[in-house]
Ligand binder design. Structure first.
Ligand code: ZN
Length: 453
């Protein structure tokens, strides 16, 4: 009998060596060469990036096949062998985990995966889910990779997804400076700007497709569809040998970690979240040029930090005033002196308050601006020396230095999951609140014109 078979892998990499995408690539290519039939590209699933102990991008991998039942044991054996061979087990922080899911992916697993995008999940929960769904799990060392291995299989990529084509270095070159022709990357970016994203940071000219660590990735191009990526790849001139390439389906560039709206009172450290609120304190600028402002909803208030590295977010936040309506997305952090802060990853300004300046009255004789004589003392025209006891200040609307719209960080400050400006035209964001209920697509119509990048 034929059945779906899903393999989830996490945490085979370490700070020094390896890369879980490389493990998945070797495994996928080995299985395909043995005649196993994939039903999709390998998935590269990024999970909640605001978990501090997951500093390397928090990605997990899953492979999806259609298999004859009697082949399952062989497939498992190949998987565990390759995971073992490519894992850096000597590293203390590397705890590879593998999950085998036979048949259709259970709903419980999908829900678990959705929560792994914006919440903190613990190994204990992962074990419970595995048990409840009958998922077979293998730990090569500690249990830390279990959450990712399960979440990568349960990921929901059907609403929105992108692709990444990754080129890997040969073993002898790993650790040395990457030799990729930069002009060819710029040409590729110019030719495929519609269908790829984050190749180059245009403000600084910085190349973004090459990582800098000792991992085996030479470069990775992100984009909307596999065909464009394969063509874009052909334009990049590598001056070192490429060992192999692979195309992944992924949630990168989809903002999928910023899909859960929460009330301020319910916030927990390290969640990724969306808050709909009103600015309640004017921003203050702290050392380094970062802007801190307070927002409130009906349940409480929280400080929001727009770091200067977020570019237009920080520049816009400086101009907020109390009463402005905002939708703020980002990660929850614990402040050193206690209390929570939201690190802003996306700022949507949905309504601007009236900025009022109170002006002294004009002199009825000469028309000049009067000066105040002090509290309740009336006003005086300096020129005519006339006194206006009963006159009062009048409100005047000031023009605002900020527009409604969505403010995003520059590409060089993007996280893997950050949705780039170029993708807003095609993909309407959907938000759900913590109970899973969809709430208004506040973003879509204005986005194309209002994004300030
Ligand atoms: Zn006067």
């Amino acid at each position: 009998m034929r059945t779906e078979f899903h393999i989830g892998i996490d945490d085979t990499d370490s700070r020094l060596h390896g890369c879980t995408t490389y493990t998945a690539t070797l495994l996928f290519q080995e299985l395909v060469s043995k005649g196993f039939k994939p039903i999709d590209f390998p998935w590269l699933v990024r999970l909640n990036p605001n978990i501090p102990w997951k500093t390397r991008g928090n990605g997990a991998l899953s492979l999806h096949f259609s298999v004859e039942s009697e082949q399952l044991e062989e497939m498992k054996k190949i998987t565990l062998t390759i995971v073992k061979e490519t894992s850096d087990l000597n590293q203390r922080a590397t705890d590879p985990a593998v999950a085998f899911v036979k048949g259709r992916v259970p709903n419980l697993l999908s829900e678990f995966s959705t929560r792994a995008l914006h919440d903190i999940l613990f190994v204990r929960e992962a074990r419970q889910i595995a048990k409840a769904t009958g998922v077979e799990t293998h730990l090569l060392k500690g249990p830390r990779g279990l959450v990712g291995a399960l979440a990568s299989v349960g990921a929901n990529l059907s609403n929105d997804h992108t692709f990444e084509i990754i080129a890997y270095r040969t073993r002898k070159n790993r650790g040395s400076t990457r030799r990729v022709n930069q002009d060819s990357i710029r040409l590729m970016d110019a030719m495929y700007r519609e269908s790829t994203f984050n190749n180059v940071d245009l403000e600084t000219g910085r190349i973004l497709i090459c990582p800098h660590g000792p991992d085996p990735v030479l470069f990775g191009i992100r984009g909307e569809d596999p065909t464009s990526l394969a063509r874009a790849y052909e334009l990049v001139v590598s001056e070192e040998q490429i060992e192999r390439i692979m195309i992944f389906k992924t949630n990168q560039g989809t903002d999928s970690h910023l899909s859960c709206r929460r009330r301020i009172v319910a916030l927990q450290p390290y969640q990724s979240t969306v808050i709909v609120g009103v600015v309640s304190n004017a921003p203050r600028i702290i050392r380094g040029g970062h802007a801190i402002f307070k927002i409130s909803d009906e349940t409480g208030s929280i400080d929001c930090a727009a770091y200067s590295a977020t570019g237009s977010i920080c520049k816009a936040a400086v101009h907020l005033i109390p009463g402005d309506s905002v939708v703020v997305s980002g990660g929850i952090r614990v402040r050193r002196m206690g209390g929570l802060t939201l690190n802003v990853e996306k700022l949507e300004v949905t309504g601007l308050a009236n900025a009022i300046r109170w002006e002294n009255p004009l002199c009825s004789d000469c028309g000049a601006r009067c000066e105040s004589m002090g509290k309740d003392q009336g006003f005086r025209c300096r020129k005519c020396n006339l006194h206006f006891q009963k006159a009062s200040k009048s409100p005047k609307s000031e023009p605002r230095a900020i527009r409604c719209g969505i403010y995003l960080p520059p590409p060089r400050a993007h996280r893997h999951l950050t949705k780039p400006a170029s993708r807003y035209e095609f993909h309407t964001p959907k938000l759900s609140d913590a109970s899973g209920v969809l709430f208004g697509p506040t973003l879509a119509p204005r986005v194309a014109v209002a994004i300030v990048s």
